[in-house]
Design a protein around this ligand. Structure first.
Ligand SMILES: C[S@@+](CC[C@H](N)C(=O)[O-])C[C@H]1O[C@@H](n2cnc3c(N)ncnc32)[C@H](O)[C@@H]1O
Length: 267
């Protein structure tokens, strides 16, 4: 049975694809022209991927997936949004690359892909969309070969305590109920609303992310925290000189609290 809240998110993500695919926040044109959407952090974390198989969970329209293909990996991307997957396949053709894309809720993936991978990867804006991190970690473990590497980089859960929030949702690091937002602000065009649609997001403390992976049988190899962010969170945020693709809060200084979290684990 599809998860009803994930289905609401699917409808909203479907509507966002055409708004975002050629937006300046996304490197779609660069990827088609031979470039990459990957940032130095994940390139350094995964190193040489040539000849390795890589599963990209929650891949959107596949820019990172295709960028890993350009680094030499054999790639498969998964996303819940059928419009994302359609556009990912179009971009693959335009870029002249090889990639497979599968439309699936990540929590329902088991049985839909019948191989295992050297690397499972997930980036920037993913864990908040998942209602059940323990099921998510089972999926990660299921699709990793023994000895394979899992890597995720995302927003840090603690930033909920520091960044400006919807008034209806006072910060609660340990919140167990999801946050439901109608007509959410688009994250690229902050004055654009996705009319009539609901975003349902879950707050997962760091302990839950890490413990879910451990319970699924993975060994945590590294956990890193960063005091800068992966997109322009508000209109006054400032590009971080020397850190391509990253942003600083409006005072132009690295934050005094963590904004991003990265976890590397091995099966
Ligand atoms: C912010 S985007 C992640 C983009 C990522 N930084 C990238 O470029 O690869 C979040 C993506 O997660 C997908 N998504 C949300 N819930 C999902 C779920 N339950 N299963 C699979 N994909 C999901 C959305 O459709 C969307 O494309």
């Amino acid at each position: 049975m599809p998860h009803p809240d994930h289905e609401k998110n699917r409808a909203t993500w479907n509507k966002q694809v055409d708004l975002h695919v050629y937006h300046k926040e996304y490197k779609t044109k660069e990827v088609i022209a031979g470039g990459s959407s990957l940032k130095q952090i994940e390139l350094d974390a995964l190193g040489d991927v040539r000849g390795k198989s890589l599963l990209h969970l929650m891949c959107q329209f596949g820019l990172d997936t295709l960028s890993w293909a350009r680094q030499g990996a054999r790639v498969t991307g998964v996303d819940i949004s059928e419009r994302s997957v359609e556009v990912a396949r179009e971009i693959t053709q335009q870029a002249g690359l090889q990639a497979e894309f599968v439309r699936s809720d990540v929590l329902d993936l088991i049985g839909r892909i019948d191989k295992q991978f050297d690397i499972v990867y997930q980036s920037y804006g993913t864990h908040i969309w998942l209602s059940d991190l323990f099921q998510w970690a089972k999926v990660v473990a299921q699709y990793l070969k023994p000895g394979g590497t899992f890597y995720m980089i995302d927003e840090h859960p603690v930033n909920i305590l520091f960044l400006p929030r919807e008034e209806d949702y006072p910060p609660d690091y340990f919140a167990t109920e999801p946050e439901r937002t109608l007509n959410p602000n688009d994250y690229c065009e902050q004055d654009v609303h996705i009319e009539g649609e609901e975003h349902v997001e879950w707050q997962h403390p760091v302990s839950k992310i890490v413990n879910a992976l451990i319970e699924a049988g993975l060994t945590i190899e590294r956990l890193d925290e960063y005091n800068y962010y992966y997109y322009k969170y508000g209109p006054d945020w400032i590009p971080y000189a020397g850190h391509d693709g990253f942003w600083l809060p409006p005072d132009g200084k690295p934050a005094t609290y963590p904004l991003m979290l990265a976890v590397k684990a091995r099966k």
